[in-house]
Design a protein around this ligand. Sequence first.
Ligand SMILES: [Zn+2]
Length: 84
Amino acid sequence: MTDEQQATIATLIHRLHRQYPMGVTTMGHCPQCENPSRGGDLCGRCLAAELADVSGQHQAAHCLHTAIKHTRDYTALLIEGEMP
Ligand SMILES: [Zn+2]
């Protein structure tokens, strides 16, 4: 794997984290599938699919996406008393 591929994967992971913020955020629409997305970036599902394609690690990309979403959801449940 090249440094450029590693940088692309790291950026995709960062963008995936950004799709699951705590609290209120500015939402738009995913330019690829029209689902709600933070800041009009690709949505979590599309970013996870791109991460899978770029890395070739489909299960890892799916599991990371689920883990990021669950981290946000359960953190909100513990702090705010409800799931987002
Ligand atoms: Zn999308």
